[in-house]
Ligand binder design. Structure first.
Ligand code: DQA
Length: 146
């Protein structure tokens, strides 16, 4: 079965208690549960990680091809707006990536309007809460099966 790697970036482990007015009350475990179910229905293997560390995310993306990952679903969180290293890792990986955000980054502070990741992603879903992840996973499944 094609394998999809899901990467949650910094502070997403705090979902459920973190700025609930913006991100809602859903926890990362609840999101992961829905992703696992959707992956099962889509007949793909799924591996999910969360990291607060830029270098660790770079390392994981760097090993994706070798680990037979067919597509990456990533919420780079704050690193979306700052990380040339994660952008370069995605570009170098040769693995298609889908970028997702719970909130609509274009409707928030100006510093969130720029994604360094978007130009190297296949596409982006932003603003639909957990549905951003589920829509992004659908796209990642299509890319993984291509
Ligand atoms: C986020 C948006 C980012 O701007 C922010 O730094 C996050 C979460 C989102 O999912 O809406 O941590 O990626």
């Amino acid at each position: 079965m094609p394998k999809i790697l899901v990467i949650h970036g910094p502070n997403l482990d705090l979902l459920g208690t973190r700025e609930v007015g913006i991100y809602g009350e859903i926890t990362i475990d609840e999101i992961n549960g829905e992703l696992r179910q959707a992956a099962k229905r889509g007949n793909v293997d799924i591996e999910i990680i969360q990291s607060n560390h830029e270098g660790e995310i770079v390392d994981i993306i760097g090993k994706a091809k070798k680990n037979k990952v067919c597509a990456i679903l990533i919420n780079p969180a704050a690193y979306t707006h700052t990380s040339v290293a994660i952008r370069d890792a995605i570009a170098a990986s040769g693995v298609p990536a889908v970028e997702v955000h719970l909130s609509n980054i274009y409707a928030r502070e100006e510093f969130r309007h720029t994604s360094l990741i978007a130009p190297v992603a296949k596409g982006q879903v932003s603003g639909f809460g957990k549905t951003s992840y589920l829509l992004g996973l659908e796209a990642a499944i299509l890319l993984a099966k291509k």
